[in-house]
Design a protein around this ligand. Structure first.
Ligand SMILES: [Fe+2]
Length: 160
């Protein structure tokens, strides 16, 4: 940890940096999965899904930056290389090998939901560590992920 004039106690900042880095690895993993879907999707809904998956990727790229920079603001080091992300990510590998649009929608919905659940849990953890700002950051990310989950999942929700 670096010395900082930030008034949050070092013990809290150390734990916060740890959980921020855990979610950073997930977010980087998620971003690559959005691109994987963006590149490989095919079928009658190609252009809509191709564009949507890239929009999700761009949003996730912003979450990556928010999470990484918060870790540094708290005196920590952001661990955001591909190798570290692959090693630490809690998300499963992207499962779709072919181009089927429905399969990509299903896979991206599943990974967005898994990431959303992990991020939502960090809101409470950050609050327990008396860091309303990190809680707010995770709330912002979680709200965004919920929106993108809706955008993707809506393709499968025509029938209830
Ligand atoms: Fe592209």
């Amino acid at each position: 940890m670096y010395r900082t004039r930030n008034d949050l106690p070092e013990s809290a900042r150390t734990k916060l940096v740890e959980l921020l880095n855990a979610r950073l690895a997930d977010a980087i993993d998620l971003q690559t999965q959005c691109k994987q879907a963006h590149w490989n999707v095919k079928g009658p809904e190609f252009i809509a899904l191709h564009k949507l998956f890239d929009e999700v990727n761009e949003a996730v790229e912003e979450y990556v930056d928010l999470i990484a920079e918060r870790a540094v603001q708290l005196g920590g080091v952001a661990d955001g290389t591909a190798r570290v992300a692959a090693e630490r990510s809690s998300l499963p590998e992207y499962p779709v090998k072919g181009g089927d649009g429905r399969e990509h929608v299903g896979a991206l919905s599943a990974v967005l939901a898994a990431f959303g659940k992990l991020v939502r849990a960090e809101i409470d953890r950050a609050n327990e560590l008396s860091d309303a700002d990190t809680a707010d950051l995770f709330t912002e990310v979680s709200r965004g992920v919920d929106k993108w989950l809706w955008f993707v999942e809506a393709h499968l929700q025509a029938e209830r």
